[in-house]
Unconditional design. Structure first.
Length: 114
């Protein structure tokens, strides 16, 4: 299983970014996938979840601003981030737990300037 994340960058507060995570070696349609982030000096936190049935869940701090989606044919999940805040600055990781193992993408840096 390989996860390849992309789409990070530098944006001003109030701006938007769209992250992508392409999965290889796995059937995306039957799996839950997650977006995590880790800010400097902080623990990694779960940001968004997309389930195989199409449900989505978010941590409270991003509700109403972030949207997770998936394209099972392309084996890719997305994280649309709008109205970004400096507190969203972090390295963002996609993640899947499959057959009792955790797989992580390499991380993509998101920096929001005030």
């Amino acid at each position: 299983v390989q996860l390849q994340a992309s789409g990070g960058g530098l944006v001003q507060a109030g701006g938007s970014l769209r992250l992508s995570c392409a999965a290889r070696g796995i059937v995306l349609s039957v799996n839950t996938m997650n977006w995590y982030r880790q800010a400097p000096g902080k623990q990694r936190e779960l940001v968004a979840v997309t389930t195989s049935s199409g449900l989505a869940n978010y941590t409270d701090s991003v509700k109403g601003r972030f949207t997770v989606s998936r394209d099972n044919v392309k084996r890719t999940i997305y994280l649309q981030m709008n109205n970004l805040e400096p507190e969203d600055t972090a390295v963002y990781y996609c993640h899947i737990q499959w057959r009792a193992r955790d797989y992580w993408g390499q991380g993509t840096q998101v920096t929001v300037s005030s």
